[in-house]
Write a protein that binds this ligand. Structure first.
Ligand code: G3P
Length: 225
C-alpha cells in the first residue's frame, strides 16, 4: 500500500518525509486554501521537494467536463508527469475522466462516497479512486466497508484502477485497509504520528538504552565503546 501525505504545508511535508517512508502528496482545493499560498507556487515547491517520480495529486476546479479537461492538461504541464489530476466522480467528471484517460492523462476520481461511483470511475479509466472514509462514517455509513467494496469491485472486474483511500480520523482505519491490500492511503499529520504513538513501544526502546548504558556507561552506544 502506498502511503501519501494529505497536506500542502511544505514544512510539514519536509518533516514527515524526513522520518517516514512516503510515496507522495495529495491535495484538494480546501487543503490549498488552508496553506494560504498561491496554488501553483506551493505545488511547484512540493513537486521540487518530492521529486519527479513521486505521486502528486491535484484537483481540477472547473464544473464542466470540457473545462476540466483543459485544466487537467495545464496541471500536468506545470507539475510534471507523475501528477494525477483529481476529478470529482460526478456526471461532468466521468465525461472528463473518459477523455483524459484516452489521452494518457492520469486521473484520480475523487469525492467518492459510494461503490457505484468507484465502479464508474474505473470504467472511465481512472488510475485511482478516492473514497472519503471518515466523511462516509459521519454520514452514518461504514467508510471502511465502502472502501473495501470498491477495492473488491476493481479486483473482481479486472480493472486496473487502484484505491486511494482518503479522509481518515485514526491509524486503525488505515491499518484495516492496509491489511486488505488496497493500493494507497493518504493521511494527515495526526494520523501518521499515531502510527507508532504507543507508550509500550517507547518504553521498550528506552529500557534497551538504559540497560546498555548500565553496561557501557551513560551516553555510550555501539559507536564509541
Ligand atoms: O481530499 C480528500 C480528503 O483529503 C478529505 O479529507 O479530512 O477533509 O475529510 P477530510
Amino acid at each position: 500500500m502506498k502511503l501519501l501525505i494529505d497536506d500542502a504545508n511544505i514544512n510539514l511535508i519536509k518533516e514527515l518525509y524526513d522520518y517516514y517512508p512516503l510515496d507522495g502528496v495529495t491535495t484538494n482545493p480546501s487543503i490549498l486554501a488552508k496553506s494560504g499560498r498561491a496554488p501553483y507556487e506551493v505545488l511547484t515547491e512540493i513537486r521540487a521537494f518530492i521529486g519527479e517520480e513521486a505521486d502528486l495529486h491535484v484537483q481540477a476546479i472547473s464544473r464542466k467536463a470540457e473545462d476540466m479537461i483543459e485544466e487537467a492538461k495545464v496541471i500536468v504541464e506545470r507539475l510534471g508527469k507523475n501528477t494525477f489530476v483529481k476529478i470529482p466522480a460526478i456526471s461532468e467528471g466521468f465525461k472528463a475522466m473518459k477523455a483524459l484517460a484516452a489521452q494518457g492523462v492520469k486521473v484520480t476520481a475523487t469525492a467518492i462516497y459510494t461503490p457505484m461511483q468507484g465502479y464508474l470511475a474505473a470504467k472511465c479509466g481512472a488510475s485511482y479512486a478516492a473514497p472519503y472514509v471518515n466523511r462516509i462514517d459521519n454520514m452514518g455509513y461504514d467508510g471502511i466497508q465502502v472502501a473495501k467494496d470498491i477495492h473488491d469491485i476493481f479486483l473482481k472486474n479486472g480493472f486496473q484502477t487502484s484505491l486511494l483511500a482518503a479522509s481518515f480520523k485514526n491509524s486503525q482505519q488505515v491499518l484495516e485497509l492496509c491489511k486488505y491490500g488496497v493500493g494507497a492511503a493518504t493521511v494527515g499529520l495526526d494520523v501518521i504520528k499515531a502510527f507508532v504513538n504507543n507508550p509500550a513501544i517507547t518504553s521498550a526502546v528506552e529500557a534497551f538504552i538504559t540497560d546498555f548504558e548500565k553496561l557501557a556507561g551513560t551516553g555510550n552506544t555501539m559507536l564509541n565503546i
